[in-house]
Design a protein around this ligand. Structure first.
Ligand SMILES: Cc1cc2nc3c(=O)[nH]c(=O)nc-3n(C[C@H](O)[C@H](O)[C@H](O)COP(=O)(O)O)c2cc1C
Length: 158
Protein backbone atom coordinates (compact mmCIF):
# COMPACT_ATOMS: atom_id res chain seq x y z
CA UNK A 1 0.00 0.00 0.00
CA UNK A 2 1.30 3.44 -0.89
CA UNK A 3 2.21 5.57 2.09
CA UNK A 4 -0.04 8.44 3.08
CA UNK A 5 1.82 11.66 2.95
CA UNK A 6 1.74 13.75 6.09
CA UNK A 7 0.65 13.28 9.67
CA UNK A 8 0.40 16.44 11.77
CA UNK A 9 0.43 15.71 15.51
CA UNK A 10 0.25 18.52 18.00
CA UNK A 11 0.25 19.10 21.74
CA UNK A 12 -1.41 22.35 22.78
CA UNK A 13 -2.74 23.62 26.10
CA UNK A 14 -4.07 27.09 25.36
CA UNK A 15 -4.86 26.55 21.67
CA UNK A 16 -2.12 28.50 19.86
CA UNK A 17 -0.18 25.49 18.60
CA UNK A 18 -3.50 23.84 17.73
CA UNK A 19 -4.41 26.83 15.55
CA UNK A 20 -1.05 26.62 13.73
CA UNK A 21 -1.51 22.86 13.24
CA UNK A 22 -4.93 23.45 11.67
CA UNK A 23 -3.48 26.04 9.29
CA UNK A 24 -0.71 23.65 8.31
CA UNK A 25 -3.24 20.90 7.65
CA UNK A 26 -5.18 23.23 5.35
CA UNK A 27 -2.01 23.78 3.33
CA UNK A 28 -0.47 20.30 3.17
CA UNK A 29 -3.68 18.20 3.18
CA UNK A 30 -2.37 15.86 5.84
CA UNK A 31 -4.10 14.02 8.68
CA UNK A 32 -4.37 15.97 11.92
CA UNK A 33 -4.20 14.41 15.39
CA UNK A 34 -3.85 15.76 18.89
CA UNK A 35 -1.26 14.46 21.34
CA UNK A 36 -3.47 14.23 24.41
CA UNK A 37 -2.13 14.01 27.94
CA UNK A 38 -3.96 11.37 29.97
CA UNK A 39 -4.49 14.08 32.59
CA UNK A 40 -5.29 17.45 31.03
CA UNK A 41 -3.32 20.48 32.22
CA UNK A 42 -5.32 22.95 34.30
CA UNK A 43 -4.59 26.67 34.39
CA UNK A 44 -2.77 26.14 37.72
CA UNK A 45 -0.72 23.32 36.18
CA UNK A 46 0.53 25.78 33.55
CA UNK A 47 1.63 28.52 35.98
CA UNK A 48 5.34 28.92 35.25
CA UNK A 49 5.69 31.47 38.05
CA UNK A 50 4.86 28.76 40.58
CA UNK A 51 7.86 26.48 41.11
CA UNK A 52 5.56 23.81 42.49
CA UNK A 53 3.08 23.79 39.59
CA UNK A 54 2.76 20.59 37.59
CA UNK A 55 4.50 22.04 34.53
CA UNK A 56 7.34 23.53 36.62
CA UNK A 57 7.94 20.22 38.42
CA UNK A 58 7.80 18.22 35.19
CA UNK A 59 10.15 20.53 33.33
CA UNK A 60 12.61 20.62 36.25
CA UNK A 61 12.79 16.81 36.27
CA UNK A 62 14.64 15.44 33.22
CA UNK A 63 13.10 12.01 33.84
CA UNK A 64 9.46 13.12 33.97
CA UNK A 65 7.32 11.63 31.22
CA UNK A 66 3.69 12.72 31.67
CA UNK A 67 1.49 10.03 30.18
CA UNK A 68 -0.05 10.69 26.78
CA UNK A 69 -2.67 8.68 24.92
CA UNK A 70 -1.41 6.34 22.22
CA UNK A 71 -2.30 7.38 18.67
CA UNK A 72 -4.67 5.24 16.64
CA UNK A 73 -2.74 6.19 13.52
CA UNK A 74 0.42 4.24 12.74
CA UNK A 75 3.13 6.83 12.18
CA UNK A 76 5.10 4.44 10.00
CA UNK A 77 2.23 4.53 7.46
CA UNK A 78 3.21 8.13 6.70
CA UNK A 79 6.10 9.72 4.83
CA UNK A 80 6.54 12.48 7.35
CA UNK A 81 5.40 13.63 10.75
CA UNK A 82 5.00 17.30 11.58
CA UNK A 83 5.05 17.51 15.36
CA UNK A 84 3.85 20.68 17.07
CA UNK A 85 4.20 21.91 20.64
CA UNK A 86 4.42 25.09 22.73
CA UNK A 87 7.89 26.06 23.96
CA UNK A 88 8.10 25.47 27.70
CA UNK A 89 11.21 26.68 29.53
CA UNK A 90 12.97 27.02 26.20
CA UNK A 91 12.35 23.44 25.06
CA UNK A 92 9.60 20.95 24.17
CA UNK A 93 7.16 19.98 26.94
CA UNK A 94 7.94 16.57 28.39
CA UNK A 95 4.65 15.24 26.98
CA UNK A 96 6.50 15.35 23.64
CA UNK A 97 9.25 13.16 25.08
CA UNK A 98 6.60 10.71 26.31
CA UNK A 99 5.16 10.65 22.80
CA UNK A 100 8.55 10.03 21.17
CA UNK A 101 9.35 7.29 23.70
CA UNK A 102 6.03 5.59 23.12
CA UNK A 103 5.42 5.75 19.37
CA UNK A 104 7.21 3.69 16.74
CA UNK A 105 8.50 6.28 14.27
CA UNK A 106 10.79 4.14 12.12
CA UNK A 107 12.66 6.38 9.70
CA UNK A 108 9.74 8.76 9.12
CA UNK A 109 10.97 12.32 8.61
CA UNK A 110 10.04 14.34 11.70
CA UNK A 111 9.61 18.12 11.32
CA UNK A 112 9.13 19.92 14.64
CA UNK A 113 7.10 23.14 14.83
CA UNK A 114 6.22 25.31 17.80
CA UNK A 115 4.55 28.40 19.15
CA UNK A 116 6.06 30.45 21.95
CA UNK A 117 5.89 33.74 23.79
CA UNK A 118 9.19 34.78 22.23
CA UNK A 119 11.70 31.93 22.49
CA UNK A 120 13.12 30.41 19.30
CA UNK A 121 12.62 26.74 18.38
CA UNK A 122 16.25 25.90 17.57
CA UNK A 123 17.37 25.07 21.14
CA UNK A 124 14.29 22.84 21.52
CA UNK A 125 15.13 20.97 18.31
CA UNK A 126 18.80 20.59 19.30
CA UNK A 127 17.66 19.20 22.63
CA UNK A 128 15.38 16.67 20.90
CA UNK A 129 18.19 15.68 18.53
CA UNK A 130 20.49 15.17 21.49
CA UNK A 131 17.99 12.81 23.09
CA UNK A 132 16.45 11.06 20.07
CA UNK A 133 18.76 11.80 17.14
CA UNK A 134 20.09 8.24 16.93
CA UNK A 135 16.64 6.69 16.57
CA UNK A 136 14.40 9.44 15.19
CA UNK A 137 15.00 11.21 11.87
CA UNK A 138 14.60 14.79 13.14
CA UNK A 139 14.68 17.55 10.52
CA UNK A 140 14.75 21.33 10.74
CA UNK A 141 12.13 22.98 12.95
CA UNK A 142 10.01 26.12 12.48
CA UNK A 143 8.50 28.56 14.94
CA UNK A 144 5.03 29.77 13.96
CA UNK A 145 3.79 32.59 16.14
CA UNK A 146 1.52 34.04 13.46
CA UNK A 147 -0.66 32.44 10.81
CA UNK A 148 1.18 29.85 8.71
CA UNK A 149 1.45 30.71 5.01
CA UNK A 150 2.13 28.58 1.94
CA UNK A 151 5.50 30.33 1.58
CA UNK A 152 6.42 29.36 5.16
CA UNK A 153 5.83 25.70 4.36
CA UNK A 154 7.62 25.78 1.03
CA UNK A 155 10.70 27.18 2.73
CA UNK A 156 10.56 24.53 5.41
CA UNK A 157 9.33 21.24 3.99
CA UNK A 158 10.46 21.26 0.35
C1 LIG B 1 4.78 26.16 31.52
C2 LIG B 1 5.02 27.12 30.41
C3 LIG B 1 6.32 27.50 30.08
C4 LIG B 1 6.56 28.40 29.03
N1 LIG B 1 7.85 28.71 28.70
C5 LIG B 1 8.09 29.55 27.67
C6 LIG B 1 9.42 29.87 27.27
O1 LIG B 1 10.41 29.38 27.83
N2 LIG B 1 9.59 30.73 26.24
C7 LIG B 1 8.52 31.30 25.57
O2 LIG B 1 8.75 32.08 24.66
N3 LIG B 1 7.24 31.00 25.92
C8 LIG B 1 7.01 30.15 26.94
N4 LIG B 1 5.71 29.83 27.27
C9 LIG B 1 4.61 30.39 26.46
C10 LIG B 1 4.09 29.39 25.43
O3 LIG B 1 5.16 28.82 24.67
C11 LIG B 1 3.13 30.05 24.46
O4 LIG B 1 2.11 30.70 25.14
C12 LIG B 1 2.56 29.02 23.50
O5 LIG B 1 2.13 29.68 22.32
C13 LIG B 1 1.39 28.23 24.10
O6 LIG B 1 0.95 27.29 23.15
P1 LIG B 1 -0.43 26.49 23.31
O7 LIG B 1 -1.54 27.52 23.28
O8 LIG B 1 -0.48 25.61 22.10
O9 LIG B 1 -0.38 25.72 24.58
C14 LIG B 1 5.46 28.95 28.30
C15 LIG B 1 4.15 28.57 28.65
C16 LIG B 1 3.92 27.66 29.67
C17 LIG B 1 2.51 27.26 30.00
Amino acid sequence: MAKKKTLIAYFSCSGRTKARAGEIQGLVQGDLVEIKPKKAYSKEDLNWKDKESRSSLEMANPKSRPEVQALEEKIKDYDRLLIGFPIWWGVAPHAILSFLDQEDLGQVEVYPFASSGASPIEPAVENLKGMYGDKVNIKEGRLFNTEVTKEDLEGWLE
